[in-house]
Design a protein around this ligand. Structure first.
Ligand code: DC
Length: 228
């Protein structure tokens, strides 16, 4: 299988994947694909439509009609913008609750099949930096550069709390840590495409490095290969 001109960055929630992915995409001049935003959008849409996650027929209709667009942020360093059926839901998908909903819908095989196919279509032309839980293992197994970022839950909680506070949101650190641990469990234990490091991924300990240092490390790997 020939390698795709794609970078994958996977790892648990709160490890700093988004910041690093944005920096790597900017450094290469490639497109950043935030796959988590897509799971968040489906989770929020299920909740808004009052769909029980066990109701396969209703979910199938929702997925069939799903009109999801990812747009570049208005300001550098912001999250990608997400339009669902034409409505901007960029802020609604970023709450910790939306993260939990995303984690729940992401265990449903029909949801994964739909979003994986959309992601593969978005990455077909290459030159993308895909971030998520399964981008190196399932979405782009032929990606040329795969990275796995890891850090202990307490460190991830500390960072996420800082980000939420910086946005002016109140934080209950104990509840946040419990949520991170629960999402880790959901994401690692689900039957389809669980969170796992690809055999050919490079492991990076995010606890010991700043986002800039992690991005520089990744860019050094990629640029060395691109120059050969
Ligand atoms: O990266 P994030 O926090 O935005 O992701 C939200 C949830 O979506 C995460 O808990 C699990 C799920 N997800 C997934 O299952 N596969 C992906 N490729 C990306 C996210």
């Amino acid at each position: 299988m020939s390698k795709l001109k794609v970078v994958t960055i996977d790892g648990p929630s709160g490890v700093g994947k988004s910041t690093v992915s944005r920096k790597v995409a900017a450094g290469l001049g490639w497109t950043y694909l935030d796959t988590g935003a897509m799971y968040r959008a489906v989770g929020v849409q299920c909740q808004r439509a009052g769909i029980e996650l066990t109701d396969k027929a209703a979910l199938a209709v929702l997925l069939e009609r799903l009109d999801l667009q990812l747009l570049p942020p208005l300001h550098e360093g912001d999250d990608v913008r997400v339009l669902l059926n034409g409505e901007e839901i960029s802020a609604a998908i970023r709450s910790p609750e939306a993260g939990m909903l995303a984690s729940q819908v992401s265990a449903i095989p029909a949801v994964r099949a739909k979003l994986t196919a959309l992601q593969q279509a978005m990455g077909k032309a290459g030159e993308i930096v895909a971030e998520g839980r399964d981008t190196g293992t399932f979405v782009f197994p032929a990606a040329a550069w795969k990275f796995y970022l890891d850090a202990p839950p307490e460190e991830r909680c500390r960072r996420r709390a800082g980000q939420l506070r910086a946005k002016g949101q109140p934080v209950d650190e104990q509840a946040l840590l419990a949520q991170i641990i629960e999402r880790d469990r959901n994401d690692c234990e689900r039957a389809v495409a669980p969170l796992r490091m690809a055999d050919d991924a490079v492991l990076i300990d995010a606890a010991k490095l700043t986002a800039d240092e992690v991005a520089e490390k990744m860019l050094a790997f990629i640029e060395r290969d691109l120059q050969q």
